[in-house]
Design a binder for this molecule. Sequence first.
Ligand code: HEM
Ligand code: HEM
Length: 178
Amino acid sequence: MNMGNTEQHWGWPSKLLHWLTALLILIQIPLGIYADDLANSPLKLELFGWHKSVGILILMLAIMRLLWRMAGSIPNLPDASLLQRRLANLGHSLLYGLMLVLPLSGWLMSSAANRPINWFWLVELPALTGPNKALKEIAEEVHEVSVILLLVVLGVHIGAALWHHFKLRDSVLKRMWF
Ligand code: HEM
Ligand code: HEM
């Protein structure tokens, strides 16, 4: 398996980071919704401990991914109309943006609410701000709106991948797979 990306294929670091992030995000969303719905309890605190830790892990992976992407080249998009290629690029940019905005708004929300982030019960992360009720409300709002946007873009993203594979029968899904 190649390490670097080529014009036709993704290298293994890009694939590994893509699927690891995909798995974590698909766990993270139901985890957040479920934990948010619980009444205050030790279980709720524990699940939010996991939600925050996994979220920060996603942030680290997203940063690594973006640096790796900028360091090399990426495969060409398949032949398609200019509009379709623009939409694909827009969708990918939104996904990268959301992988940064979601964890950062979560971190900010926790800091402003004066709640510690004890990353996997190993290290306590520094607070991004002191207690600030107004800022907490804003960060919470940003987090919630970002979740909705993520669900929409991800639905299109997964749908497009399946459409390429089963309808167009091209190599778009295969070249991201191992
Ligand atoms: C399980 C569902 C998923 C499938 C089937 C899937 C499939 C794919 C495929 C086939 C590509 C390659 C497109 C190409 O070669 O041009 C791709 C790229 C990408 N995927 Fe996914 N994906 C999934 C989940 C996710 C998730 C959860 C995220 C993050 C929120 C994500 C973010 C991205 C990004 C940002 C790219 C663009 C990569 C780049 O250009 O650097 N994907 N995905
Ligand atoms: C990609 C990463 C993340 C995703 C996909 C995600 C997703 C979610 C979802 C689906 C909810 C449930 C309801 C909602 O607010 O809409 C939620 C709530 C929450 N998340 Fe995240 N989250 C992520 C990262 C983080 C991080 C890193 C933190 C904190 C360090 C965090 C803290 C919270 C908190 C405190 C809530 C409860 C919000 C409230 O009281 O309304 N999240 N998140």
